[in-house]
Ligand binder design. Structure first.
Ligand code: PLP
Length: 491
């Protein structure tokens, strides 16, 4: 097999192997790493994947991209990542109604789809240290407003040659989220709350990354700073897997026949998840339209209907907070494929100086061939949770409800054989919003709120979410934001 090199979306960095792309995260010219060509999957290849388990499929697909990892290494990592920690299996497909299925990506330890990437990426990073001959160990720093921090902690827990430190705003996360992080297990993890908001936590982390004295001090301790950002190729590649795997599962279930075109709707924030679907399509999986579903932060909906990306607009706090994003970083990778490195770099330059750019007509046409965009108001989102439960006895979280709304609207105006709605979180991860949608009385306490939703719907909260209220608390420290660097050195 020919090796695949990784190049920068901005065209000014030397090509590297996958392990180095994963270790660096971002290319030296500020661009994002991309495979220089897409590997292909023929119908025969897909047919060969049908009888395999999720970890086996994952190892096969990742081995096409990560050509400096052996299939043996990948199989070991995929088995460790996607077996016991996902209940009952890595993913699940729920048939919602004729022609519509839901892909559940929240069977992992934090009950949200970030687990799909963050359970495997740390293992790939750990191997990358050995493969590149890096002498120092990786110290991962994360500033979180809740969900990413917990998923990263779970992913890096006890992974060799790595350690992780998470900072969160003391009053900026929910009680469940705080409890999830404070009870985190593992010898190489630490969690610190700071007085301040999420921006304070994030700018504190950025300052630490930019400080040469910190770099030197940490090197003496045998460490270098690294991040687990969603722009890292090591997070994107594992997301391609579940689109291929879901296609196979739908064929196995008889919902579609091999070769049928499958449309997809994805609740989108940073554009990583939907880009993975596009890469699967580019490899040859018979996918049709990719419907990008947004909440009222609808910058992508406007982009996909006009060709102008304009982040100069009010920021809305919504019931689907993981999609409250005005700069969708992974869109840059799509722009590279559609426009080439030079124009991609110019668009990104315009985005950083003016907050907007307009793509050329030929670029827009290429993007429109595969993508459609739609958005959903807060009210429509809550209505969708209620009506989907009433009509189909299936409980949606608010992010998934945004995607179901976009899928239903898409089906009103378009022919479709089958549409797959990507579900990114368990409804129990966002219980207060779900309770409101169902018209249940408001209860302050989140644990009680879970019970109230469970009683009203006859569903059961997932074990990882209820367990956090009984596990021993390990991390209680709250510090001033000015003391973050000191705190990192003390780890
Ligand atoms: C992160 C996240 C999203 C957005 O995914 P992107 O890859 O950033 O587009 C959607 N829903 C949930 C629950 C998430 O955690």
């Amino acid at each position: 097999m020919q090796p695949i090199y990784y190049i920068s979306s901005r065209g000014n960095s030397a090509p590297v192997m996958a392990s180095e792309a994963i270790l660096r995260g971002i290319a030296p010219d500020g661009g994002l790493y991309l495979p220089q060509r897409l590997p292909t999957l023929t119908e025969a290849d897909l047919t060969a994947l049908l009888p395999l388990s999720y970890p086996e499929r994952a190892a096969k697909i990742l081995s096409l991209y990560l050509t400096d990892y052996t299939e043996e290494e990948l199989l070991a990592d995929c088995k460790a990542a996607y077996s016991e920690r996902f209940v009952p299996a890595a993913t699940g497909i729920h048939p919602l109604r004729e022609g519509v299925s839901v892909l559940e990506l929240w069977h992992g330890p934090t009950c949200a789809f970030k687990d799909m990437a963050l359970q495997i990426m740390p293992r790939l990073l750990s191997r990358a240290l050995d493969k590149t001959g890096e002498a120092l160990d990786a110290l991962i720093l994360v500033a979180t407003s809740g969900d990413t921090g917990k998923a990263a902690l779970e992913g890096f827990q006890d992974v060799p040659r790595t350690s992780i430190r998470v900072f969160y705003p003391v009053d900026g996360v929910s009680r469940t989220q705080k409890q999830q992080m404070a009870t985190q297990e593992g010898e190489n993890v630490a969690v610190t709350a700071i007085y301040g908001n999420f921006d304070d936590a994030q700018s504190g982390v950025k300052q630490i990354f930019a400080d040469p004295a910190m770099k030197e001090e940490l090197a003496k301790q045998g460490k270098f700073l690294s991040s687990a950002n969603s722009i890292n190729w090591g997070r994107l590649a594992p997301q391609i897997v579940y689109y291929v795997s879901a296609y196979c599962d739908l064929v196995n279930a008889g919902s579609i026949r091999m070769g049928d075109i499958l449309d997809i709707t994805v609740p989108t924030g940073n554009f990583g998840n939907i880009l993975a679907a596009w890469l699967a399509k580019g490899m040859g999986v018979p996918l049709g339209k990719l419907v990008c579903a947004s909440n009222s932060n609808n910058v992508l909906t406007d982009f996909l209907s006009t060709g102008t990306y304009d982040r100069n607009r009010p920021f809305h706090t919504t019931v689907s907070p993981s999609m409250d994003i005005l700069i969708s970083s992974n869109l840059e990778r799509l722009l590279y494929f559609a426009a080439g490195a030079e124009r991609c770099a110019a668009y990104m330059q315009a985005l950083s100086t003016e907050g907007k750019y307009t793509v050329d007509a030929d670029v827009f046409e290429i993007i429109r061939r595969d993508f459609d965009g739609d958005y959903c108001s807060e009210e429509a989102c809550l209505d969708r949770i209620a009506s989907t439960f009433a009509n189909y006895n299936y409980l949606l979280d608010p992010h998934t409800a945004v995607a179901v709304t976009a899928a239903e609207r898409y089906l009103c105006g378009n022919e479709s054989t089958h549409i797959l709605v990507v579900s990114t979180a368990s409804p129990y991860k966002f219980t207060p919003a779900v309770a409101r949608a169902l018209g249940l009385p408001a209860v302050e306490d989140e644990q009680e709120c879970m019970n109230s939703v469970a009683n009203a719907t006859g569903t059961t909260p997932l074990e990882p979410l209820t367990a956090v209220f009984t596990k021993p608390v390990r991390f209680t420290k709250v510090i001033d934001k000015a003391d973050m660097a000191k705190d990192v050195l003390r780890m």
